[in-house]
Design a protein around this ligand. Structure first.
Ligand code: ASP
Ligand code: MG
Length: 624
């Protein structure tokens, strides 16, 4: 007998028939000997309808009243689902977030869960009832008993948080798609269902997975080791398991990260190889990393900054023991790259730096919080640490710094983000290896991949983000504090930054060493960011601020790429074969992202998806 939380999304409870079908499934699960908590969304597009009503009355409705309004949607569903269960002879009781005691901060329309009371829940469960809980809502902790909501799509978060609080064996998320797919099936009809994915991979795929699973829910699942499965409520197919490493017995108080960053990682065993002035055209990165992978060199971070004239800089880090080999490959290939393009151009040059370290902050709490990266840069600036290289992913910011400054950097970051030393594994959020949790019942059903030594594939999924714009600032003075100023400014204007890349090439102008920096923001923020940055650029001694809105970001994610040479090369090769030029590259341990021209985004996605053999034979039909 298991204790299970089942969550049903809007379309799964979109009509009376659907509610009856849900009741049948719940009833069957109980009859199979399980205890059940059911968390539901508002019926169909109810919440959208309520938002529309509010907007007809006010262009910026009061946030407290908005919560009062939106929370009603789920209240309808819980009552109807309970009635449907009672009709089947199954004892059931509906409860609002407040009645359960889902206690949140008092932030209307975007509250985070602080803790969940379990007494009332347990009492009803022990009496043999199914408890049907309204998702998406809670009650404030400030004594005012204010109704709060968790933000759109928040019922997933309610469900996983309840599962963590009552220590459920697992949590099932029922939706209208069969699970998590390798990519967006509207763009790649051959997208395939993924059987299993780790929480860390899921978080890096946020832009792909967010429509199916709220990233905050994934974060809670990871932190508390709640096995999750995403399935269709129309079929009995097994869906996609989202697995977590064994939890570390985290407190259930302040359940949803009060901290945006949950780990500070560092690696001092690194060296950096840069190739300066390689031609800006398709195939260059493919050639370089193809050769590197043939030599079995495993690279860690890769970055390619924006081009200057018609050449690029590409830099990568490797562990010190294989530096010699990496350097040899780069040196061998540099002249060839030059003569091929423009024999008269300045010579491509290889630059090696030995004494470097990588320091990173990691945590899903940084998604959508622009101040987090800025705080990292400000902290490093205050500690007098200069940043040589920045690379970002959805849930991580990594900076390459001088090895001698690593300790200072880590100490300062731990203090700033309130991370105790040794609180978590110090290195690698990749999630490869380690023991992953899935319920025994599910294990039995799954084929060969279920041993504890299961090694994940190098690429689990491919995501395309067409809603970004790129901003480049030329000739930023290269000294501590510049990145902090820049990203601090953006954060104060509430502009979230996604990918950040600092150029390798350093030029001395007016006696000051300078580098370019480029980053991507949501397209709708592009124009504002440009205007705002241009206003301060002279005062801060920056060069030109350039905006390019016609970009696309394509990313591959997979925990299995850790320690596997050749994955990046394969991605770059797929782009090269399609004559797609790479404008920027940024990587984390389990993700590689490339910026390409917007009109080549879909082609890039399709080529990469095919190159990694992710295509299935079945075509997905997307429900309207
Ligand atoms: N009903 C809410 C929404 O539409 C919460 C949810 O369904 O997850 O955003
Ligand atoms: Mg949803």
């Amino acid at each position: 007998m298991a204790l299970i939380v089942q969550k049903y999304g809007g379309t799964s409870v979109g009509s009376v028939e659907r509610i009856q079908a849900v009741a049948q499934r719940v009833y069957k699960t109980v009859k199979a000997g399980n205890s059940l908590v059911v968390v539901v969304s508002a019926m169909g597009k109810t919440t959208d309808g309520l938002v529309k009503l509010a907007n007809e009355i006010s262009i910026s409705p009061n946030r407290r009243e908005m919560d009062m309004l939106l929370s009603t949607g789920e209240q309808v569903t819980i009552a109807l689902v309970s009635m449907a269960l009672q009709e089947l002879g199954q004892p059931a009781i509906s409860m609002t977030g407040a009645q359960v005691g889902i206690v949140t901060e008092a932030e209307h329309t975007r509250a985070r869960i602080l803790y969940i009371e379990t007494d009332r829940l347990s009492r009803h469960l022990n009496e043999g009832k199914v408890v049907v809980i309204a998702g998406f809502q809670g009650i404030s902790s400030n004594g005012e008993l204010e109704i709060t909501t968790l933000g759109r799509g928040g019922s997933d978060t309610s469900a996983v948080a309840v599962a963590a609080a009552i220590q459920a064996n697992f949590c099932e998320i029922y939706t209208d798609v069969p699970g998590i797919l390798t990519t967006d099936p509207r763009l790649v009809p051959q997208a395939k269902l993924i059987d299993e994915i780790t929480c860390n991979e899921m978080l890096e795929l946020a832009s792909l997975g967010a429509k199916v699973l709220h990233p905050r829910a994934v974060e809670i699942a990871r932190n508390y080791g709640v096995p999750l499965v995403v399935r269709s409520s129309w079929t009995d197919d097994p869906g996609t398991w989202v697995t977590s490493p064994k939890p570390q017995g985290r407190s259930l108080v302040n359940l949803e990260i009060a901290r945006p960053v949950d780990n500070v990682e560092f690696d001092t065993d690194q060296a950096k190889v840069s190739l300066l002035r390689v031609p800006d055209k398709p195939g260059v990165a493919a050639r370089l990393f193809g050769e590197i992978s043939r030599q079995k060199v495993d690279v860690d971070l890769i970055i390619q900054s924006i081009h200057e004239g018609n050449s690029n800089d590409i830099a990568f880090t490797v562990t010190t023991p294989i530096l010699k080999r990496a350097e040899a490959v780069a040196a061998a290939i540099a002249p060839a790259l030059r003569s091929q393009s423009n024999p008269k151009s300045e010579e491509a040059e290889v630059m090696v730096e030995h004494n470097i370290a990588k320091v990173s902050i990691a945590g899903a709490g940084m998604i959508g919080r622009p101040g987090v990266a800025a705080k990292m840069f400000a902290t490093l600036a205050e500690a007098g640490v200069n940043i040589q290289m920045i690379s970002t992913s959805e849930v991580k910011v990594s900076c390459v710094v001088d090895a001698a400054e690593c300790d200072r950097a880590v100490t300062a970051l731990r203090t700033a983000f309130e991370i105790e030393a040794g609180e978590q594994g110090s290195k690698g959020a990749g999630g490869a290896g380690g023991e992953f949790l899935t319920p025994h019942s599910a294990r039995a059903k799954r084929p060969a991949t279920n041993s504890t030594h299961y090694s994940p594939p190098p690429v689990r999924g491919v995501a395309l983000d067409m809603n970004q714009a790129r901003i480049a600032i030329r000739q930023l003075p290269d000294r501590p504090g510049m990145a902090a100023k820049l990203f601090g400014l953006l954060a104060r204007h509430n502009i979230s930054v996604d990918m950040i890349i600092q150029s390798q090439r350093c030029r001395v102008i007016d006696g000051i060493p300078r580098r370019d920096i480029a980053f991507t923001v949501a397209r709708m923020d592009g124009e504002n960011a440009k205007i705002m940055l241009t206003q301060v650029s002279t005062e801060l001694g920056w060069g030109e601020v350039v905006l390019d809105s016609a970009i696309a970001k394509v990313s591959i994610v997979g925990a299995g790429m850790v320690g596997q040479p050749g994955v990046a090369a394969k991605m770059f090769e797929a782009l090269a074969q399609n004559r797609i030029n790479i404008q920027m590259i940024a990587t984390s341990e389990i993700k590689i992202s490339c910026v390409v021209a917007q009109d080549e985004g879909v082609k890039a996605l399709q080529a990469i998806h095919a190159a990694f053999g992710l295509a299935g034979s079945e075509k997905f039909v997307i429900p309207a």
